[in-house]
Design a protein around this ligand. Structure first.
Ligand SMILES: [Zn+2]
Length: 339
């Protein structure tokens, strides 16, 4: 088995290891596709506070090539999405079949090995079977859609509610589409016009350029003077949290979303949040919503393919990762296709 591995900051090496068989409750998969995202760049550049060596990339679509004992829901040839969270299999939640709540969760590609490798052995409980109607290139985004669904639920979003999404990142644009599906009114805010153009092209009508206009006044007008009852602050985006608080209506709710805890420090004064009675909640895990996410892909409620702006092969990974690290990772995605 071959794995691109960050052995020290800025150094990615191809590490070969003996073939591994699927143990009890596990499946062996051939990795078909993965995505490079910001946590991978942070691991590579040494910004992430994680022990090295580690194989980056938390997203994976794979094909089952071997099943271990006690595997009942998957068989050879099945395509699966593997959750970014690695469950332990032994805690009370794992034993109750709720591996997404595992108290010993590790994050693949971050606090344990991810999928910049040709083969992997993973617990069946962390796999979600992909139906024929969903392409690999779409399924690799399942964690983003799951997290967006979790955000909508946490914010208790009702039909017709305004949802200000602060950050037109991959997650922000997916979240905007999921909000539309729930008949809410998303307002996408970012300081990069290109990201906003992508959001618009995917049906997100209200966009606000945070660098050009006074975004608060624009949101004031869009919402008929109410401001946004619900606000989603994308932790990895380019809007300061204090601005997101400014966009929130009095008594409203604000969700701070950091994918699986792979977040940087978030400095912010909470004075205005307290003054305006704003409820703030943190969201980092949407893993239990994977089936809902798949249904959204099947029904075309969410479109993700325009969020892929580059496709590379296994051999191209070092240059692709270096490019993401040195040219400032753009908000959308580099897809890795394995042969
Ligand atoms: Zn567990």
């Amino acid at each position: 088995m071959k794995a691109w591995t960050v052995t020290s900051p800025g150094k990615l090496e191809l590490v070969e290891s003996p073939s591994e068989s699927a143990g009890a409750g596990c499946v062996k998969i051939k990795v078909l596709e993965s995505l490079i995202s910001k946590p991978d760049v942070n691991v590579y550049s040494g910004k992430a506070d994680v022990p090295l060596p580690v194989c980056p990339c938390g997203f994976c679509v794979g094909m089952v090539i071997e099943t271990g004992a006690d595997v009942h829901g998957l068989e050879r040839g099945d395509r699966v999405f593997v959750r970014s969270q690695q469950s332990c299999g032994t805690c009370a939640d794992c034993r109750a079949g709720k591996s997404w709540k595992c108290e010993n969760t590790k994050i693949r590609g971050y606090s344990c090995d991810g999928f910049m490798r040709d083969f992997a052995v993973v617990p069946e409980a962390d796999c979600v079977k992909i139906p024929d109607r969903v392409k690999n290139d779409e399924a690799v985004f399942i964690d983003y859609i799951s997290l967006a669904v979790q955000t909508i639920a946490a914010l208790d979003l009702d039909k017709g509610d305004y949802l200000a999404v602060c950050g037109a990142s991959t997650l922000g644009i997916v979240l905007g589409q999921v909000a539309l599906y729930y008949q809410a009114v998303p307002i996408i805010i970012d300081s990069n016009p290109e990201y906003l153009a992508t959001a618009k092209s995917l049906g997100l009508y209200y966009t606000v350029d945070a660098s050009e206009t006074d975004p608060r006044t624009k949101i004031f007008h869009i919402t008929g003077g109410k401001m946004a009852e619900r606000v989603a602050h994308i932790a990895s985006g380019n809007i300061p949290l204090s601005r997101s608080i400014d966009f929130t209506a009095r008594g409203g709710m604000l969700a701070v979303i950091g994918r699986f805890g792979c977040i940087d420090a978030i400095p912010c004064s909470l004075e205005n949040a307290v003054r305006n009675g704003i409820t703030i909640t943190g969201i980092t895990n949407g893993a239990k919503n994977a089936q809902v996410a798949i249904n959204m892909l099947v029904s075309k409620a969410v479109t993700v393919l325009p969020l892929i702006n580059k496709t590379v092969s296994f051999d191209d990974i070092p240059s692709a990762l270096e490019e993401c690290a040195t040219i400032k990772l753009n908000h959308f995605k580099t897809l890795i296709k394995f042969d």
